[in-house]
Write a protein that binds this ligand. Structure first.
Ligand SMILES: Cc1cc2nc3c(=O)[nH]c(=O)nc-3n(C[C@H](O)[C@H](O)[C@H](O)COP(=O)(O)OP(=O)(O)OC[C@H]3O[C@@H](n4cnc5c(N)ncnc54)[C@H](O)[C@@H]3O)c2cc1C
Length: 393
């Protein structure tokens, strides 16, 4: 076995032991049911990972990264997902941090990176606006220079977990340039600044997961500008490739598939286990082949990223495949749950012990995960990116 493979194998064993001995059982149970953690639990989860040296696992070693190869990172993501450990919240650790590492000043690195790692700040992403989603470059929130501050006015929307955040990385218009992409800047905004109001939005499953953020005459110190003024589009695009690569979730797909298979083995249809139903078996086989393809593609793209330094436009392939497969798995899980998926809907379900979490949350997850093909750039838009930058059409 090569040195790299040996290291990855040793890590695999450490991660499995960690999940068995150190991760609280209810974190695993919630994740298995497709549910997130509360704010304090999420912070605790990050601190548990950090104490193993695994939280900022793709950062350079000088900033606390473990110096893993892409293969070790893959093993870590895979084992934590298959073991139903909670996910790492991406906003600070794997979305903002790469931008600061590439575009930030030394001062910004020293200030923000340790705070991301320690959990001192909870970050949210202020990109989308009511009139700027897929066409992000048409964003209208303005930042006007006033001495050593910018004065920000506008509205952001779909801000995930913004209700918990004390900081937001935000795209703002600093110049009414002829070309939309050229007048945008990347600002770090303290959510406690006067003039900011966060209002909840409720998703299809009734969850308060996203928000609207209103900004009125919000004063942001100029030192919170990352990169050059009017060059924020470079930061924005760079961040999005990381966001999309992270959405693929091979391990999550396999974990979901295992749950689905277990549920289908127990559920009865016409007096026989559902898993013996020919039509259902075909659907299972189909989705399993898709997962196998996703796994290979993910590895190929990871290896290329290891060579080139950053994930490229190919991250759009992972985004499309990973999200379509997860949506199909949630759909099949809901079918397998049958009529129980109709009656046991979220908070209405009282008797948690009487029913496995994956059935209890089958409908909730089905509805909630419609979001996967929309956020991080919709799947249709990813196809445009692929046709232009990969196929050269
Ligand atoms: C649950 C959830 C969480 C989110 N979290 C965040 C967050 O934390 N921060 C943040 O900034 N944003 C967030 N978003 C916003 C997300 O990035 C946008 O919803 C997404 O970019 C799509 O934009 P839109 O909703 O304005 O839809 P639109 O851009 O209006 O698109 C509507 C439809 O038209 C299609 N379409 C649009 N343009 C094209 C085109 N050129 N070619 C083909 N089809 C096209 C789209 O695919 C879509 O089906 C979140 C969204 C959701 C649903």
């Amino acid at each position: 076995m090569s040195d790299t493979a040996e290291k990855a194998e040793a890590l695999r064993q450490r991660v499995r032991a960690f999940i068995q001995t150190k991760v609280p059982a209810h974190y695993i149970e919630r994740t298995r049911g497709g549910l997130g953690l509360g704010k304090q639990e999420q912070e605790h989860w990050h601190s548990l990972l950090d104490s193993e040296g695994w939280l900022v696992n793709h950062w350079p070693q000088e900033w606390g990264g473990p110096g893993w190869s892409p293969w070790e990172r893959y093993v870590f993501d895979y084992e934590t997902a298959v073991g139903n450990a909670p996910r790492i919240l991406p906003f600070g650790v794997s979305m903002l941090a790469p931008v600061i590492l590439k575009f930030g000043s030394q001062q910004q690195k020293e200030r923000w990176l340790p705070r991301i790692r320690s959990g001192a700040d909870w970050w949210c992403q202020g990109y989308s606006e009511p009139g700027a989603g897929s066409d992000l470059a048409s964003l209208k929130t303005t930042a006007v220079r006033d001495g050593d501050h910018y004065v920000v006015n506008g509205q952001k929307t779909w801000t995930t977990l913004g209700q918990h955040a004390n900081m937001m990385f935000c795209l703002v218009r600093t110049h009414a340039s002829a070309k939309a992409q050229e007048g945008i800047s990347f600002l770090l905004i303290d959510m406690d600044t006067p003039g900011i109001e966060v209002r909840p939005l409720y998703l299809l499953n009734g969850e308060h997961e996203v928000n609207e953020v209103f900004l009125q005459d919000v004063r942001v110190p100029v030192e919170n500008l990352v990169g050059e003024e009017n060059k924020g589009w470079d930061c924005a695009k760079y961040l999005l490739t990381y966001e999309r690569t992270g959405i693929a979730g091979v391990g999550i797909c396999i974990s979901l598939f295992n749950r689905l298979r277990a549920v289908a083995a127990k559920a009865q249809r016409n007096g026989r286990p559902l898993i013996e139903d020919m039509l259902f078996r075909q659907k299972l086989a189909r989705v399993w082949m898709d997962i196998a393809n996703l796994k290979e593609t993910n590895l190929r793209i990871l290896m290329k990223a290891a060579r080139d330094g950053v994930p490229g436009a190919e991250s759009s392939i992972l985004k499309i495949l990973g999200t379509e497969i997860r949506q199909e798995l949630f759909s099949l899980l809901r079918q397998a749950a049958g009529s129980r998926a109709l009656t046991l809907y979220g908070a209405e379900a009282q008797d948690l012990d009487a029913c496995p979490t994956e059935l209890l949350t089958a409908s909730e997850n089905y509805f909630n995960h419609r979001k996967l093909s929309i956020f991080g750039g919709s799947n249709e838009v990813q196809k445009n990116i692929l046709s232009k930058f990969v196929l050269g059409l």
